[in-house]
Design a protein around this ligand. Structure first.
Ligand SMILES: [Zn+2]
Length: 119
């Protein structure tokens, strides 16, 4: 195991903190959408811009939910002692990368390859 216990502990703390932040921000945004806007008299333009705001918030929530899922996966991996292994090539992910992106599930090489394929 190339990653030290102290390092993993630090990662876990960062993940839990990030998870809490995300969960809070998602629930606030959901409240914002559901919480009644528009008891006022809105003209068509206002309605249109409200709709746009809502879809922007929806896509933010979608992004944050995806990130939250990645964090959950990383936390599971920490418990299973499989954390820090690239999902694609099964090589250890460099500690510096994990420190910058604690929920990274791929090494930088595989990630770059994947992004190249996608675009
Ligand atoms: Zn890899």
């Amino acid at each position: 195991m190339p990653l030290s216990k102290a390092f993993l502990k630090k990662i876990k703390k960062a993940l839990l903190q990030k998870k809490e932040e995300l969960a809070k921000s998602i629930s606030e945004e959901v409240d914002g959408i559901q919480g009644g806007q528009g008891h006022h008299l809105a003209d068509v333009e206002d309605l249109a811009s409200e709709a746009t705001d809502e879809s922007i918030v929806s896509s933010i929530i979608e992004m944050e939910s995806a990130e939250l899922e990645q964090i959950e996966r990383a936390l599971d991996a920490l418990d299973d002692d499989t954390y820090g292994i690239c999902e694609s090539c099964n090589e250890p992910i460099r500690a510096a990368r994990l420190e910058a992106l604690p929920f990274a599930d791929m090494c930088i090489d595989c990630k770059r390859l994947q992004e190249k394929k996608r675009f």
